[in-house]
Design a protein around this ligand. Structure first.
Ligand code: ASP
Length: 326
């Protein structure tokens, strides 16, 4: 495997590279915690977050700690870094490097910002790596890795043989998670059921890639139509902040309309396969009501009936990724 340095896009991963990371995540999951605590010894990693985050921030932070490194959090970076005084992204990145950060994990509201940051490091501090923790409506490659890791754990043979049918549901146009997931799943030849409002489709370049790779796919706004064929579902919330709509004023109406069409109902659940998997990068808003959590197919968080947790997988996956990069 070529050395991983920056992580910017799902384009950098194929099944072979991803599975090396998944295998490392499995080893870490089973390892004695003490054996891990020197892996990032003396490494300082800045968590530079412009946008809000619960899981990505916490799992990276905890992953760094568990591997013996120093996480340096800059939350709400637009306000609490000098960005508020007019500092450019490039200068913020160069400053982190000059102050001897070994890596930067960055979440930003602008698509393409991770690439700009990585290119800045390549010029001024080529040893420092940049991990994209979400760039606007662009991509979220580490969420993709943990989503595919979850599928690999639960349905490994079918995934590897290209025998799975996956439904990507909701906001296909603006969900960076679904962009990265679609790119990765097409490399596994997963059959894709793309479910969204007409006009809220995957970006044209990703659809073009799906066609080029001759992936069997369907595009529909009818969530129930193919329910009996789907092996795994990845739901998303409506990405209102990407649509120039004031969250405060419009959230309730738009969200409920969206959830009624692209969320889980009792009818939908009864039509799904008995062994289907229900994933969601979270946060959920109303697309997955809490009563679904007790269904054993729900694996976004660990439930009473099911200990598999996409969120927990995110911790091991990010530990593995950091270990491999450093
Ligand atoms: N947490 C994910 C992200 O940052 C999903 C979402 O916000 O809808 O993209």
């Amino acid at each position: 495997m070529a050395k991983l340095h920056h992580v910017i896009s799902a384009d950098q991963f194929n099944p072979e590279i991803s599975e090396k990371i998944f295998e490392e995540a499995e080893r870490i999951r089973g390892a004695d915690e003490n054996s891990l605590k020197d892996i990032l010894k003396n490494k300082s990693i800045v968590l530079l977050f412009w946008e809000s985050s619960t899981r990505t921030f916490l799992s990276f932070y905890n992953a760094i700690l568990k591997l013996g490194g120093f996480p340096i959090p800059i939350l709400n970076a637009g306000k609490f870094s000098s960005a508020i005084k007019g500092e450019s992204l490039k200068d913020t990145i160069r400053t982190c490097a000059d102050l001897k950060a070994d890596g930067i994990i960055m979440r930003h509201d602008k698509e393409g910002s991770a690439k700009v940051a990585a290119e800045t490091l390549d010029i001024y501090a080529p040893k420092v790596c940049l991990l994209n923790a979400g760039d606007g409506k662009g991509e979220h490659p580490t969420q993709m890795l943990l989503d595919v890791y979850t599928l690999w754990r639960m349905k490994k043979e079918e995934l590897k043989k290209g025998k799975l049918t996956g439904a990507l549901v909701g906001d296909l146009r603006d969900s960076r998670v679904l962009h990265s997931d679609a790119k990765a799943l097409l490399k596994y030849k997963t059959r894709l059921i793309l479910i969204s409002e007409k006009g809220n489709d995957l970006p044209p370049e990703i659809t073009a890639e799906i066609k080029k790779e001759k992936i069997d796919y369907v595009r529909t706004d009818d969530i129930e139509k193919f329910a009996q064929e789907v092996d795994f579902w990845i739901f998303t919330r409506l990405q209102l902040e990407r649509k120039g709509i004031s969250l405060k004023n419009f959230r309730p109406q738009l969200q409920s309309k969206f959830s009624q069409k692209f969320g889980i109902t009792k009818e939908l659940l009864s039509k799904m396969k008995k062994d289907a998997l229900l994933l969601h990068p979270l946060p959920r808003v109303e697309e997955i009501p809490e009563w679904v959590d007790e269904d054993k197919r729900a694996i976004y968080l660990s439930g009473k009936e099911n200990s598999e947790s996409q969120v927990a997988n995110g911790l091991y996956l990010r530990m593995a990724l950091l270990k491999i990069i450093f």
